[in-house]
Design a protein around this ligand. Structure first.
Ligand code: DAH
Length: 339
């Protein structure tokens, strides 16, 4: 029995040493020490031994068991350490690999030009102000001399929220809000988003941007208006750009005009971009209507002013020769990266 125990110990220790993963080790543990294991089987035959031999063999069996358990623990620890090392090796970073280039962000073309326009006006002493996009009918229409049944309301396909609340169709309501809050001299621009339920095409979008302008003081005339806008347009497009003022009608200005710049694509010949006209309309303007001044508590006998509304998208299209407005909103990086 003694030699049998020794053989068991030798075989067990060798088997454990050769177990090369934790699953194999566990399998060995069950077979060596479990109920069906060799050691257990041999212990069951102890009853056949003489009373003198029994304690000696019992002790020896215990020693074998202890040796196996010790080897199990040692081998288990060694395997775990090897696995941890292996894992660390797999996670090492090869700092010699070539890097992935980081794609740089770009300013949106609408923001690039808006910033330029702001700079020009700031240099001329204007403040930049803003107003709400969810606006009262009163500010968007009524105070701008567009009473409830005014036909010009139909030309601005308005998104109404309630009878009295709407998405502003123009930045002009900021004029009223400004005149209510400030006393002349007033010189502001108010850039922002406006909304109209227009179908999308190359030159229309239901959300677009305007830059409102307002100057109110004593003795402001139409020549101030022309001088100011011509200066701005030439700063934006260069001294040689061709500008024309065309008589027009807006309810909140009198007289009113629209300003066109010669088409960038065909230089006045007429093409798809200018719809065959040779000119692109970029802003509306005029002398603030006396009714509008009076409605804001400003005496039209004492004060006069001019106002303008610039369509930002059209200006940017002309500036960068972009022939489809939709490109501004799709945020295709192949387009945006060009600016
Ligand atoms: N609000 C006008 C529009 O959206 C543009 C405009 C015209 C603004 C004349 C003005 C102005 O301030 O004086 O069509």
């Amino acid at each position: 029995m003694k030699s049998a125990l020794e053989a068991i110990r030798a075989r067990a220790l060798e088997r454990l040493q050769n177990a090369d993963d934790l699953a194999a080790l566990e399998e060995a543990r069950v077979q060596l020490l479990g109920k069906k294991g060799e050691l257990t089987a041999i212990l069951k035959t102890m009853g056949q031994l003489s009373p003198e031999e029994r304690p000696v063999m019992g002790q020896m069996a215990n020693e074998v068991r202890a040796a196996i358990e010790e080897k199990l623990a040692a081998r288990g620890a060694a395997l775990k350490a090897a696995m941890a090392e292996q894992k660390l090796k797999m996670e090492t970073i090869d700092v010699t690999l070539p890097g992935k280039p980081i794609r740089e962000g770009h300013r949106h073309p609408l923001n690039l030009v808006l910033d330029e326009i702001k700079e020009i006006f700031l240099g001329m002493g204007f403040d930049v102000v803003s107003g709400p996009e969810v606006e009262l009918d009163y500010y968007n229409f009524e105070a701008l001399n567009l009473p409830p049944d005014h036909p010009a309301r139909d030309t601005q396909d308005t998104f109404y929220i309630t009878d009295k609340v709407l998405l502003r169709t123009q930045t002009s309501p900021v004029q009223i809000r400004t005149m209510e809050q400030r006393k002349p001299p007033i010189r502001i621009i108010a850039p922002g988003r406006v909304y109209r339920s227009d179908a999308v095409d190359a030159t229309h979008s239901p959300i677009f941007h305007q830059i409102e302008g307002l100057v109110v003081d004593e003795g402001i005339t139409m020549s101030d208006l022309k001088g100011c806008l011509e200066t701005v347009i030439k700063r934006l497009y260069g001294e040689d750009s061709v500008v024309r003022f065309r008589p027009h009608h807006f309810p909140f200005t009198e007289p009113s005009a629209e300003v066109d710049v010669q088409c960038f694509a065909c230089h006045g010949k007429g093409c798809r971009i200018c719809k065959g006209e040779g000119w692109i309309e970029i802003l509306g303007c005029g002398m603030v209507h006396p009714k509008v001044l009076a409605g804001c508590g400003l005496d039209p006998e004492k004060y006069s002013g001019f106002a303008f509304g610039i369509g930002l998208e059209r200006i940017v299209m002309r500036r960068f020769a972009v022939d489809d407005m939709r490109l501004f909103y799709e945020n295709d990086t192949r387009f945006l990266e060009q600016f």
